[in-house]
Design a protein around this ligand. Structure first.
Ligand SMILES: [Zn+2]
Length: 388
């Protein structure tokens, strides 16, 4: 199989409150669009398995799992806040352990499919919960499915894992869990922590102990648009893959860098996510037999952006060109549900949004930061010297 889509309806039960921005309806709308465009065969859909407690403990402290279990009964208890639970970002809701563990199981299933060779690539759109730390839930993320799956691939397959994250927020949870580990390289592209949660992901965060050089951050100016984002992505990803020679790439495909996303300030369009995913697949084909374990992530414009962005990501993972026009009946359904006009093509038209009046300044800042990243990290990774 070229690419598997890991899914069952229970993955849409990861829901905090009616007004919480993390709304699983976006997942159902994405799969529906993929289906209506005829971009998926029935045998590409694989049901997730359950994650065991031992697997959760690959990346999490037992105290956190215990606390989430308690919270999962709907009980607000003293000390919950120590684990990041009962906050605005991660409210306590009944059933939260099962729902979060199910998403971990889905990313583990994706990892198994890819590492066993049953699929070249796999996509879990419900995953990508990159903010959860070893002993603390954070930023809408109860458990860190990415970190569990990376540890599982290291343990079961002795894999060297390259983690690439193009979500608008820094992939902090994954970074900190592997901060001293040279067998997982984390590479995050995000709106600078100077402007956005979680306030980390600066160039100087390059790893600790044996892991020095294996944590790479490319913080972006808040006004970044497609061209500048893509330029820094292309300037780093192939060189890092070549220097690191991973066995597999884990790709977090958050689409909240889109200009319509309500939670961030970046100004990108859906076509960027398609092009970046394609590039990752190309370098994976060249260096690690095509192995890519992809997940969703952030994306809070649930009608206007997420289904279009992740349909393009899915097509890219399959190495196919998705048609641009969205079927009328799907658009009608969306308009009825959200009460607003939604874009009628997968890729935003070049003139769909006004350019930022800070375009030149943002591009200049990003180019300068890129130089710092390359100088800070590539010599450590390659030993080619500072002139590289
Ligand atoms: Zn995000």
């Amino acid at each position: 199989m070229q690419t598997a889509f890991v899914w069952d309806d229970a993955l849409a039960s990861y829901r905090f409150t009616a007004t919480h921005p993390m709304n699983p309806r976006r997942l159902q709308l994405t799969l529906e669009l993929i289906r209506r465009l005829g971009l998926i065969e029935a045998d590409q859909v694989v049901a997730p398995r359950r994650a065991s407690d031992d697997e959760l403990l690959l990346a999490h402290a037992p105290e956190l799992v215990d606390a989430v279990r308690r919270a999962s009964a709907g009980e607000v208890f003293p000390g919950a806040a120590r684990f990041g639970l009962g906050t605005d970002d991660v409210p306590i809701v009944e059933g939260m352990h099962d729902a979060a563990a199910h998403i971990v199981g889905a990313t583990l299933t994706a990892a198994e499919l890819v590492m066993s060779g049953r699929a070249k690539r796999a996509f879990n759109i419900s995953g990508g919960l990159h903010h959860a730390r070893r002993a603390e839930s954070a930023g809408f993320c109860v458990y860190n499915d990415l970190a569990v799956a990376i540890r599982w691939m290291q343990k079961q397959h002795g894999a060297r894992v390259l983690y690439i994250d193009y979500d608008a927020h820094h992939g902090d949870g994954v970074q900190w869990i592997f901060y001293d580990d040279p067998d997982a390289l984390t590479l995050s592209f995000h709106e600078s922590g100077a402007f956005l949660f979680p306030g980390t992901g600066f160039v100087e965060e390059t790893g600790a102990g044996d892991g020095v050089g294996y944590s790479v951050n490319m913080p972006l100016d808040a006004h970044t648009e497609d061209d500048s984002f893509e330029a820094v992505f292309r300037a780093l990803v192939p060189d890092i893959v070549k220097a690191y020679e991973p066995d597999v790439i884990v790709l977090q495909c958050g689409c909240d860098a889109h200009v319509l996303d309500p939670l961030t300030h970046l100004r990108c369009t859906t076509g960027l996510f398609e092009r970046m995913t394609r590039l990752v697949c190309d370098v994976a084909d060249e260096h690690c037999e095509g192995r890519v374990v992809a997940t969703g992530g952030g994306g809070y414009a649930i009608y206007k952006v997420v289904p279009r962005a992740w349909t393009l990501v899915w097509a890219a993972l399959n190495g196919i060109d998705a048609p641009d026009v969205i079927p009328d009946d799907y658009l009608r359904m969306l308009r009825l549900e959200c009460g607003e006009l939604v874009p009628s093509t997968l890729r935003d038209a070049p003139d769909a949004f006004l350019p930022s009046d800070r375009r030149a300044a943002a591009t200049e800042t990003n180019t300068r930061t890129l130089g710092s990243v390359r100088r800070a990290v590539l010599p450590l990774l390659t030993g080619w010297g500072l002139g590289f």
